[in-house]
Design a binder for this molecule. Structure first.
Ligand code: NAD
Length: 299
C-alpha cells in the first residue's frame, strides 16, 4: 500500500497542521471543509504556520512556498477524495458528525482509500462501520503543534487490516512523526492514559490543600527528572480547557469534588484573565515562570 495522495478533512486547528506537515514533507494534500469560508480560515491558519516552521525548524522560505504549493482546498467531497490513498479526518469531536461524514465518504472514496481519524476521545470501532469498510479504518492521533510535538499514536480496532495499520505507521514516519503503535483500542491512547491521571491527582492535591503548586511540581521534577511538573503542563493546556474538563468530569462521575475544582479555577484564574501560558499567567507567570529558575529544583 503506497500512500502518496492525502486528503485531510477539516481545516481547523489540527487539520491545518496535519495538511501543512504532510505537504512540507513532500506529499500532495487536499484539504476538505464544509464551505469556502471554513477553507479560507484554514488557508489563513496555514499562512501563520509558515512563520512557526521558520522559527522552530529553521525551514527555508523556498521549502515553505513549495509546501504551500502542494496543498489544494476543496469543499466538494467527491472531488476532494477522488484520488485519495489516505483520508485523515480532523473534524469536530462529535460522534454523530463524524459518523455522518464517514457514511458520505464511504460512498464516494475509491476502493483502496484508507481512513484515519485524529479523534482524541473516541475509539475507531465507534466510527469504522459507517465507512462500509471497517477493515480500512484506523486512528492516527497527532498532538497540537505537530511539527514540534511530533507524536503519532496509531491505534487499530479489532477488525483493522494489519496491512492498513502498517501502511499508516509507515506514512506517519515519512511525514516526520515519532510513531507509537498501539495494539488494541484504548480510550485516551497512551499519552492521555498517562497524563490525565497525573493532572487529575495534581489538581486534587492542590484543591485539598495538601501542598502548594510549586511544591507539587518540584516533587515531580526532582524525583523523576522531568523538565516541568503537572501545573506547568496545565498552563500549556490552558485553564479554560482544564475548567471544561473538570465540569465534564463532575457531570459524568457525579463526584462534587470536580465541580468544586472547576469553581476554584474559575474564581482564582479564569475570571481574572489568567488563562495559562497563552495569556501570560496561570499557575505561573510567563515568560519567566518560577519552575525555569535553575534554583527551583535545588532547595
Ligand atoms: P476545530 O474546531 O479547530 O476544527 C474543526 C474543523 O472541521 C473546522 O474547520 C470545521 O469547519 C470542520 N468541519 C465541521 N464539520 C465538518 C464536516 N461535517 N465535514 C468536514 N469538516 C467539518 O477542531 P480541532 O481542534 O482541529 O479538532 C479536530 C479533531 O482533532 C477532533 O477530533 C479533535 O479531538 C482532534 N484533536 C484535536 C487536538 C487539539 O489540540 N485541538 C489535538 C489532537 C486531536
Amino acid at each position: 500500500m503506497n500512500i502518496q495522495r492525502v486528503m485531510v478533512a477539516g481545516s481547523g486547528v489540527l487539520g491545518s497542521q496535519i495538511a501543512f506537515q504532510t505537504a512540507y514533507r513532500g506529499y500532495s494534500a487536499v484539504v476538505y471543509d464544509i464551505d469556502d469560508e471554513a477553507l479560507q480560515k484554514g488557508r489563513n491558519r496555514m499562512e501563520e504556520l509558515a512563520a512557526r516552521y521558520e522559527r522552530d525548524l529553521g525551514a527555508s522560505p523556498a521549502s515553505l512556498a513549495e509546501a504551500h504549493g502542494r496543498v489544494s482546498f476543496l469543499s466538494d467531497l467527491a472531488q476532494a477524495v477522488e484520488y485519495a490513498d489516505l483520508v485523515i479526518e480532523a473534524i469536530p469531536e462529535i460522534l454523530s458528525i463524524k459518523k455522518a461524514f464517514y457514511q458520505r465518504l464511504g460512498q464516494m472514496a475509491p476502493e483502496h482509500t484508507i481512513f484515519a481519524t485524529n479523534s482524541s476521545t473516541l475509539v475507531p470501532s465507534q466510527m469504522a462501520v459507517a465507512t462500509g469498510r471497517p477493515d480500512r479504518f484506523v486512528a492516527l492521533h497527532f498532538a497540537n503543534e505537530i511539527w514540534k510535538h511530533n507524536t503519532a499514536e496509531v491505534m487499530p480496532h479489532a477488525d483493522t487490516s494489519p496491512a492498513v495499520f502498517d501502511a499508516v505507521v509507515a506514512f506517519a514516519k515519512c511525514i516526520g512523526m515519532v510513531t507509537l503503535p498501539i495494539h488494541k483500542e484504548q480510550p485516551g491512547y497512551i499519552l492521555n492514559s498517562l497524563l490525565v491521571p497525573l493532572l487529575d491527582a495534581a489538581q486534587k492535591l492542590w484543591f485539598n490543600g495538601v501542598a502548594d503548586v510549586e511544591t507539587i511540581d518540584k516533587t515531580w521534577m526532582v524525583a523523576t527528572g522531568a523538565p516541568q511538573g503537572p501545573f506547568a503542563i496545565l498552563d500549556v493546556v490552558g485553564l479554560n480547557t482544564v475548567y471544561n474538563i473538570a465540569m465534564a468530569k463532575a457531570e459524568a462521575s457525579g463526584n462534587p469534588l470536580y465541580g468544586q475544582i472547576a469553581e476554584r479555577l474559575k474564581h482564582d484564574f479564569i475570571d481574572q484573565g489568567k488563562m495559562g501560558l497563552q495569556s501570560g499567567e496561570g499557575f505561573y507567570r510567563y515568560p519567566h515562570p518560577a519552575f525555569r529558575d535553575p534554583n527551583f529544583t535545588k532547595e
